[in-house]
Design a protein around this ligand. Structure first.
Ligand code: NAD
Length: 539
């Protein structure tokens, strides 16, 4: 099925409101629409790479590829644009972000269509992306002054030493993003970077360039100058190094293995980086949990975007007392899920993105079953639905020698374990090297929060899967241990893009003997002053 180039709010393909829509039809994009988006890649190499939809394998676009020279030009343009941009007021920048908020909500159908075509995910999971960008844009626009205004600090000598802290933009930020949430992961980290006065050069994942390019178009439509956000395309292994060599800061989201390579290269140049990496996230269902609520949450925690979500759950620990009743409900809900390629709201889970993902998921499940695990639900690929579909899968009896015990599957597969006492569950949840996200289900919120403090994860959700922390933009989001470094969102999510500068203005007294005082006399006066300040309770 082909559709015309959409105007604002239009849909790219037939959907629920289109009576002609055949859910099994092949989806194709209008060439003029594709050209409008791909024109935004800064690429002069003359080579292109074909992009096809995981829903049906149909070709979507040919993506122009950037060379190292193009990366150089991208930074030259971004650097020039940043100099102008740094002179704009916070009011002006915030107003653009608020316009972006409205544009993204207005054009959500087009955004979701493109996300679904490129990633194969279900529409309800695609919706999370414009939602997250709107939340992020509004949060940073409304809190700009709180994060970026010059702040008064206490001076060493009260009244006489006046100290201020400035937040200076880093310059040009390089953003390298993954394919799993192609619209929001390409944009969300860049919004605070722009607000703080930086420019961005971004390299989205090759499998989902169109969603990222639509994001770039919307930024310009909202009012950001075009060269403030430059997009390059190509393999990360080739473009990553030239980007790091030219960036003042790197924001990376992707696998732990790549994150380590990037951290080393940033260390060589002594530039900062934030790394949002993988996870093997636990969910704890305590004995007092509301079973139906926990089962519903567990389905979302595990199978959102077919489990291709950094914060999704792959290990579940359930209290002995409710194990059988809970598992019965969780399995029933999982088996009732609808899978499909239709771009409609009632599909519960879509496709994996690629053959690579399908191979990993298949290998993890086959390995577990061969070593004695039991499949309680799913456990099969579904080529009848699309090339990369895999059923939502629940495994019981997973043991440490199985690959899926400690390795991230990044697919719709969860291992479920019984626990007798909570300290044992906490210890097992903390096993391994990751520490991204956890969920706890209990009727006692205070107990849930107390347990959260003992979990080594950057975000913990009580009675929710992952959305409560992820959508609360005022709260920091990121990983402990091998799940990352630094945080997106909240004040940490914007301060990472600034250099802190302290400016102290000294009045009257110098930091040296004066008025005929000897060095020894000066030391005595200072010592006495310190004692007085301590008695007064000063910091
Ligand atoms: P990946 O590391 O292979 O690729 C991510 C990005 O890095 C892509 O744009 C890729 O082109 C680029 N890249 C690859 N090698 C590079 C190199 N040597 N130098 C510079 N860039 C390079 O990750 P993936 O497999 O595509 O993504 C899935 C992983 O991302 C999972 O582990 C998932 O948990 C993680 N992830 C984490 C978060 C988070 O917020 N913590 C969010 C989404 C995904």
């Amino acid at each position: 099925m082909s559709a015309s180039v959409p105007g604002p709010g239009g849909s790219l393909v037939g959907g629920p409101s289109d009576p002609e829509h055949d859910p099994r039809a092949s989806y194709a994009l209008e060439p003029a629409y594709v050209a409008r988006l791909t024109d935004r890649v800064l690429a002069t190499s003359g080579t292109t790479v074909p992009l096809s939809s995981p829903l049906d394998g149909a070709p979507l676009a040919n993506i122009p590829q950037s060379s190292a020279a193009d990366v150089d030009e991208a930074y030259r343009r971004a650097r020039a644009a940043q100099k102008q941009w740094a002179r704009t007021s916070l009011e002006e920048r915030s107003a653009i972000l608020l316009r972006l908020h409205d544009i993204v909500l207005d054009r959500q159908d087009e955004i979701m269509d493109l996300i679904q075509l490129e990633s194969g995910k279900a529409r309800k999971h695609a919706f999370d992306e414009p939602l997250h960008i709107a939340l992020t844009a509004r949060y940073y626009a409304r809190t700009a002054h709180r994060h970026l205004d010059t702040e008064r600090k206490s001076g060493v000598i009260p009244v006489l030493t006046r100290v201020e802290q400035n937040r200076i933009p880093k310059g040009v930020v390089g953003i390298i993003s993954p394919w799993n949430y192609p619209f929001t992961m390409a944009l969300c980290d860049g919004l605070p970077a722009l607000l703080a006065g930086n420019a961005v050069v971004t390299k989205p994942d090759a499998q989902t360039m169109l969603s990222a390019l639509l994001g770039a178009e919307l930024l310009e439509e909202a009012g950001f100058p075009r060269d403030l956000w430059v997009v390059v395309a190509g393999p990360g292994r080739e473009l990553g190094t030239p980007m790091i060599e030219r960036s003042d800061y790197i924001c990376f989201t992707g696998s732990t293995a790549t994150g380590k390579i990037i951290a080393k290269q940033c260390a060589e140049r002594l530039i900062g980086c934030s790394l949002e990496l993988g996870g093997k996230n636990p969910i704890l269902v305590l004995r007092d949990a509301d079973i139906e609520r926990a089962a519903e949450g567990a389905v979302r925690a595990t199978f959102s975007n077919a489990g291709q979500l950094c914060v999704s759950t792959e290990r579940m620990f359930v209290a002995d007392q409710i194990y059988d009743r809970f598992v019965e409900r969780f399995v029933a809900r999982t088996k009732a899920m609808t899978l499909g390629t239709a771009m409609e709201w009632d599909v519960d889970m879509g496709s994996l993105i690629s053959q690579d993902q399908l191979d990993t998921v298949t290998a993890h499940v086959e390995d577990a079953v061969a070593k004695g695990a039991t499949v309680l639900a799913g456990g099969r690929a579904r080529p009848d639905l699309g090339p990369y579909f895999y059923e939502p899968t629940i495994l019981e009896g997973v043991t440490p020698e199985m690959t899926c015990f400690g390795n991230e599957t990044f697919g719709p597969v969860i291992s479920i374990y019984r626990f007798h006492d909570e300290s044992d569950a906490i210890e097992r949840a903390n096993e391994g090297e990751y520490g991204l996200n956890a969920a706890i289900y209990t009727r006692d919120g205070a107990r849930g929060r107390a347990i959260a403090r003992q979990i080594k994860c950057g975000t913990v959700n009580v009675n929710e899967a992952f959305g409560a922390t992820f959508a609360s933009i005022d709260s920091p989001m990121g990983g402990m241990r091998e799940s990352g470094m630094g945080r997106r969102q909240g004040s940490e999510g914007i301060h990472r893009y600034t250099e802190s500068q302290a400016v102290a203005t000294q009045r009257l007294l110098r930091f040296a003997p004066q008025y005929g005082l000897s060095d020894r006399g000066y030391a005595k006066v200072m010592t006495a002053s310190l004692r007085v300040l301590n008695k007064l309770g000063r910091a």
